[in-house]
Design a binder for this molecule. Structure first.
Ligand SMILES: [Zn+2]
Length: 372
């Protein structure tokens, strides 16, 4: 009798312990899931999961997207007997895979010296490591030094060590009295129209390095830039500050997206690329080569996204002004003067008048190409 009672008690205790352990494990699991680093969409989904209305909206949005994607790509229907929506008329556009590549406008360049040197350096280090594994701290240090060198180089916008880079207009007779005005980060719905009117009044043509996302929001402004005789060039799709630590695949996606956005909005295919903040890495040049773009930086910049004094900005741009200079101003992210006016609007007339006193004429970067 005592034995049976003891057995029942022992079983009950074991059950309770197992239940407590299972609950603890479930709690631990839940907290791990909650604290795990999530993708931004996963986080949004988890956040919306608790309330049913936004969740329904998210699901509806997702389903509509997947339906459109399937339709465009002609993917097979999901289930037997359930016909998915298909376009009835033939496609008016071809898929990117079969679109003929447009003719190249830039000659194929060799790989940048620093990329070749880096690859050679790694081969030598690998061979050394295999031959003398005991000296591994030295081999590791050698790799570190190499990475430090090309990382620092990427922080120097005007260097050509990472590939061809326009810091001035090409030498040649037809650029002997030429000057280029480049305007970054637009289009901006408030500043860009005023800049365009100002340039019209002075009969000056400029090069606008536009951000793809801004062009998507204001396509009419991108069209207007081109319609008024200016050049529209690629300044990346979203202007991320992590651009210089982006790997080749993502670099291609980012620059190609801007290329498509700008061309779709304006009808003109960009020929030049300028990196966000001028910062880049060793992988950029092969990507630009593939996309038939040339990197362009500047001779001088006014730092007019931070400097509010137009006199200071104008002095930075005009100090030592000479033919073939490339000047940089901003219509997007423009700083405001003390009386609330975008700095570029105050600086442009001063720069244009100073250039005219030196008998310099303004050209777009495209016009300055030697074979243009
Ligand atoms: Zn920029």
């Amino acid at each position: 009798m005592d034995k049976a009672v003891a057995k029942t008690l022992a079983e009950a205790a074991a059950k309770a312990m197992a239940k407590a352990a299972a609950e603890a494990a479930a709690r631990a699991m839940a907290s791990t899931v909650a604290n795990a680093p999530h993708h931004v969409f996963q986080r949004a989904f988890i956040r919306n999961h608790s309330s049913s209305r936004p969740r329904r909206a998210v699901l509806r949005w997702y389903r509509s997207r997947s339906r459109v994607t399937r339709t465009i790509h002609g993917l097979p229907r999901m289930k037997e007997g359930r016909q998915e929506a298909r376009l009835m008329n033939p496609f008016s556009t071809t898929t990117p895979g079969v679109m003929p590549a447009p003719p190249r406008r830039w000659p194929q360049t060799g790989y940048p010296a620093m990329l070749t040197a880096t690859v050679a350096w790694h081969v030598v280090i690998l061979a050394g490591w295999l031959l003398k594994p005991a000296a591994w701290p030295w081999w590791l240090a050698a790799i570190f030094v190499n990475h430090a060198i090309f990382t620092v180089t990427g922080l120097l916008p005007r260097t050509s060590l990472l590939g061809p880079n326009w810091t001035r207009l090409p030498a040649g007779k037809h650029n002997a009295d030429a000057l280029a005005l480049t305007i970054d980060d637009g289009p901006d719905p408030v500043v860009t129209p005023q800049v365009l009117d100002l340039l019209d009044a002075f009969e000056v043509r400029a090069t606008f390095f536009c951000i793809g996302a801004n062009v998507q929001r204001y396509p009419a402004l991108a069209r207007e830039i081109v319609a008024r005789g200016h050049a529209l060039e690629n300044h990346s799709q979203v202007h991320v500050h992590t651009f210089s630590v982006t790997l080749p695949h993502a670099l291609t996606r980012e620059i190609e997206a801007a290329q498509r956005t700008l061309e779709a909005a304006s009808g003109a295919r960009p020929m030049f690329f300028r990196a966000p903040a001028g910062l880049r890495n060793i992988f950029l040049e092969p990507v630009l080569r593939k996309l038939d773009l040339r990197l362009a930086t500047w001779t001088r910049r006014g730092y007019d996204t931070r400097e509010r004094d137009p006199q200071v900005v104008a002095r930075r741009l005009l100090d030592g002004l000479a033919a073939r200079d490339i000047l940089l101003l901003h219509d997007g992210n423009a700083a405001l003067t003390a009386d609330g006016k975008p700095v570029i609007l105050e600086v442009l007339p001063r720069v244009i008048n100073a250039a005219r006193r030196q008998r310099l004429r303004f050209v777009t970067l495209r016009e300055a190409r030697v074979d243009a």
